[in-house]
Write a protein that binds this ligand. Sequence first.
Ligand SMILES: NC(=O)C1=CN([C@@H]2O[C@H](COP(=O)(O)OP(=O)(O)OC[C@H]3O[C@@H](n4cnc5c(N)ncnc54)[C@H](OP(=O)(O)O)[C@@H]3O)[C@@H](O)[C@H]2O)[C@@H](O)CC1
Ligand SMILES: Nc1ncnc2c1ncn2[C@@H]1O[C@H](COP(=O)(O)OP(=O)(O)OP(=O)(O)O)[C@@H](O)[C@H]1O
Ligand SMILES: [Mg+2]
Length: 373
Amino acid sequence: MCPLHTFSSVARSHNFAASAVSRRHQFLIRSLGGVRGSASSRRMAAGVTNLSSLGLEADAGSILKRITPPLDSGLHKGQAGKIAVIGGCREYTGAPYFAAISALKIGADLSHVFCTKDAAPVIKSYSPELIVHPVLEESYSIREDEKASVSSLVVAEVKKWMERFDCLVVGPGLGRDAFLMDCISEIMRHARQSNIPIVVDGDGLFLVTNNLGLIAGYSLAVLTPNVNEYKRLVEKVLGRNADDQDAAEQLLSLSRSVGGATILRKGNADLISDGETVSVVSAFGSPRRCGGQGDILSGSVAVFSSWARQQISEHSERLNFSSSNPMVLGCIAGSALLRKAASLAFAENKRATLTTDIIESLGASLEEICPAK
Ligand SMILES: NC(=O)C1=CN([C@@H]2O[C@H](COP(=O)(O)OP(=O)(O)OC[C@H]3O[C@@H](n4cnc5c(N)ncnc54)[C@H](OP(=O)(O)O)[C@@H]3O)[C@@H](O)[C@H]2O)[C@@H](O)CC1
Ligand SMILES: Nc1ncnc2c1ncn2[C@@H]1O[C@H](COP(=O)(O)OP(=O)(O)OP(=O)(O)O)[C@@H](O)[C@H]1O
Ligand SMILES: [Mg+2]
């Protein structure tokens, strides 16, 4: 287990130690955009009463420490996690790379990428660490009369690996080709039948928003929408606009409406709900909004939720968390670690901070909270 004093020093420097009440208060002020005495702050005050009873700011440092497994010479390759990212097409090769390499940097043993044939050599060239499968096809590369047979082949190629994975990340850099979307739907149905957790991000959210049945009622699904993706999801599911005034209540109701899939709403503060609880991670990260940070998050959530699942199955009696849902714990851990890594990378690189710099800070960030030895 990680020594407690390590957590205390991290907590001091990264705001984990602020009292729960003050953090809740700060979050609500930020998320609801209140100005003292204004109408919006009065609405906010009403929200505080409702939301504080749900429990907001997560004790992310403690969760990170308790779900991260110790390094143990008795373990063999694969036991610390096998993750697969399904994404990467002609346009986007960075996003699946960011998600897959982040999973490895955090501590997973194996990270696979299933992408289109065009994207595969590019992704392989970024890193020899990733196992890259050039199996996906887009409409432009196949004839109409081939579609049925190619679709069966694509799905079969992914299915034969599926049972080995602890978690899939569906969507980073996937694109929105209609043929590809149909194949991915089939792959997701199969993953669900096999009880494999799925983190849905990027274009996977475009697919799911238009096919809610893919994740509805699946408690091992996590959706990680950014501001645009959340807006589309809320409009589709609740028939309303995304709400910043009652953000936590709306998220709770959104998650309930999709049958308890966990949703991580990304933004200034990250909000997480599985329809039972709402948690917030609001520790300051970085003011740089370079593309790719959401991809780091999706790869991280895949690893941490797999670890949380394992810890809960082995030691549920001594894990006294606010939520017993491993997908929620994985979201909290992933969000907190990303923010810490972004803050370290920004301290060093300032305006030049890029996603690759944040990835390079993941190891040191986790080490401060949970040392390897
Ligand atoms: N280095 C990389 O490889 C990175 C790659 N990335 C990858 O990029 C993909 C899109 O993710 P994103 O975050 O740009 O989507 P988002 O903010 O909803 O859209 C912004 C605007 O663009 C538009 N739009 C998007 N896709 C479209 C499409 N296929 N065809 C048409 N329009 C499209 C969208 O329009 P709308 O959705 O409203 O119709 C909105 O106006 C996703 O795969 C992600 O993983 C990122 O992870 C960053 C690093
Ligand atoms: N305004 C903000 N202030 C502080 N942190 C933010 C802000 N917006 C997003 N973040 C952080 O950046 C992370 C990525 O969120 P973002 O909204 O950039 O995702 P994304 O658009 O999906 O990213 P990507 O470019 O990888 O697709 C979130 O977990 C959140 O912690
Ligand atoms: Mg994204």
